[in-house]
Design a protein around this ligand. Structure first.
Ligand SMILES: [Zn+2]
Length: 255
């Protein structure tokens, strides 16, 4: 099974990073029970959708190396919560969507950035590596409606960069496909123009989304999952584009 997952994700054997600990399981584990107790979004899904989400969660938890940095020891809860957040995004997409996800590194607090005073809570690299502050992940979990979730944000970047480019356009979504230009790209231009004039405090999206098209996609994804009603009202084109891409309508009642 592990071999199968590794083939599925195109992963080699996990390399142990210096001064870090990597989870090394020899058998696959079914994390579903722990997931159901820790991830409230699963309870809101229809039966088939929950099964797909748990399938993605288990595949990521068993197939992607988790690395603890800065002395952090990886726990089962970390593996389940973080994999489950990725699965929340991808549950209706093919599992191969994550084939370039190589490694998940977890730090206790914020990330140390060389030569910068910026406080960073998450990173996603073009080589498929995600780094997350566990503090930020749990903060996101405790505040599911504030439109800010570091793990959702970084995994959205990983989906975006599946074609090698951080451009706000995930693979298979050329700008003229599926109304992408109408939805996301136009939404970005409008948002950036508004941000230049100064956003109202109550904007459904964080101002950081005006940085570039890639950040717009990631910040819009956070709002899509955490503030769907407000996003649909304020930016219906953006909502529709994300709904088409993720094949999810967060406002639809459970079937
Ligand atoms: Zn970002």
């Amino acid at each position: 099974m592990r071999k199968l997952l590794r083939r599925l994700f195109g992963l080699g054997a996990p390399k142990a990073a210096k001064a870090t600990k990597t989870t090394t399981t020899t058998t696959t584990t079914d994390w579903s029970a722990l997931a159901l107790s820790r991830l409230s979004y699963l309870a809101d899904l229809s039966e088939p959708e929950r099964a797909r989400a748990l399938g993605h969660l288990n595949a990521i938890a068993n197939g992607v190396p988790f690395v603890g940095a800065d002395g952090l020891e990886i726990t089962e809860e970390m593996v389940v919560v973080i994999s489950g957040t990725a699965a929340r995004l991808s549950r209706n997409l093919p599992l191969s969507t994550w084939q370039h996800l190589r490694r998940i590194t977890v730090t206790p607090a914020h990330l140390a950035m060389h030569g910068s005073d910026d406080i960073v809570f998450g990173l996603a690299s073009s080589t498929g590596e995600v780094t997350l502050s566990w503090n930020a992940v749990t903060h996101g979990l405790r505040n599911p409606l504030d439109g800010h979730d570091t793990a959702l944000h970084e995994f959205a970047h990983i989906l975006d960069v599946g074609d090698g480019l951080f451009d706000g356009i995930p693979p298979g979504h050329a700008p003229d496909h599926h109304g992408w230009a109408h939805g996301l790209a136009r939404g970005f231009v409008r948002f950036q123009m508004k941000a230049n004039k100064g956003l109202k405090r109550r904007n459904v999206m964080r101002a950081y989304g005006a940085t570039n098209a890639a950040e717009f996609f990631a910040v819009a994804t956070e709002a899509f999952f955490e503030k769907p009603r407000q996003l649909k009202r304020a930016k219906p084109d953006v909502y529709q584009a994300l709904s088409r891409y993720y094949r999810i309508d967060p406002l639809r009642k459970r079937r």
